[in-house]
Ligand binder design. Structure first.
Ligand code: CDP
Ligand code: CDP
Length: 227
């Protein structure tokens, strides 16, 4: 029997984490959890409730009271808060530009980390985010820290936007990505950081299939070790 593993994928914005994590999960029959979508969902709920995002306790209340649900969907998982679908809302620029403020609040992270650990208890899991290998699943069987140059990451987001009819200039996208990385890497609680035992994977010159294959190989090797 092959072992069902916990796979943690972390890295900066637009490195390809969620695209690849979802495909890897499908390949191995594991659950996929997009933790970034959870921070984005709380940001949507807080802005809808007209809460001041710098009011830590008000945002924490929202995080504690909001029920986040995922449903399978293609090409992206569907995301809900209660019965309200927010799959598209969580990707709007207003949310992207505010999510790092929400994610820097320690008590919000505490609540979401607890939920993420419960999701991971279900068995084989691929979870992507910023602090999965360091905080959420410190004993994960496989940890990958996925990077790509800021230019390549902005270019990937640019092409994705064009397909959706959004025409934000490339240099603006790159500046936004770099600012969010800076906020995520310098916050006090669980900053974006490569875990000591994570494998660094530079995807700058790799396509999606090549990244999926590289991670699959790491997982298969680990499964063999544990057999
Ligand atoms: O997909 P993209 O790289 O744009 O971001 P995401 O994975 O959806 O995450 C959005 C934001 O949530 C990040 O910029 C972080 O501020 C926060 N986040 C976090 O703090 N910890 C996680 N485990 C996942 C996301
Ligand atoms: O989750 P994260 O923000 O790290 O990135 P993503 O949303 O999965 O990927 C950002 C964009 O890069 C998507 O449009 C992917 O299709 C694309 N991508 C790519 O072109 N080449 C890769 N090796 C990985 C992702």
């Amino acid at each position: 029997m092959t072992e069902a593993l916990q796979v943690a994928i972390d890295g900066p914005a637009s490195a390809g984490k969620s695209t690849v994590a979802k495909l890897v999960a499908k390949k191995f029959g594991y659950v996929y959890c997009d933790t970034g979508a959870m921070y984005r969902a709380i940001t949507v709920a807080a802005l809808e409730a007209k809460v001041d995002l710098t009011d830590d306790s008000a945002v924490t209340n929202i995080a504690q009271q909001t029920l986040i649900k995922f449903l399978p969907g293609d090409p992206v998982q569907r995301v809900f808060i209660g019965d309200q679908e927010i799959t598209e809302a969580i990707r709007q620029p207003e949310i992207t530009n505010n999510v790092s403020t929400v994610a820097a609040i320690g008590a919000v992270r505490e609540e979401l980390v607890k939920q993420q650990q419960t999701i991971a208890d279900q068995g084989g899991i691929v979870m992507d985010g910023r602090d999965i290998g360091t905080t959420v699943l410190p004993n994960a069987d496989v940890k990958v820290f996925m990077i790509a140059s800021a230019h390549e990451r902005a270019l990937r987001r640019y092409h994705e936007n064009i397909a959706k009819g959004i025409t934000t200039p490339l240099d603006k996208l790159q500046a936004e990505i770099e600012l969010r990385d800076k906020k995520d890497s310098t916050r006090k609680v669980s900053p974006l950081k490569q875990a000591d035992d994570a494998i660094l994977l530079d995807t700058t010159k790799l396509n999606i299939n090549q990244v999926v294959e590289a991670i699959s190989e790491i997982i298969r090797k680990k499964q063999d070790e544990l057999r």
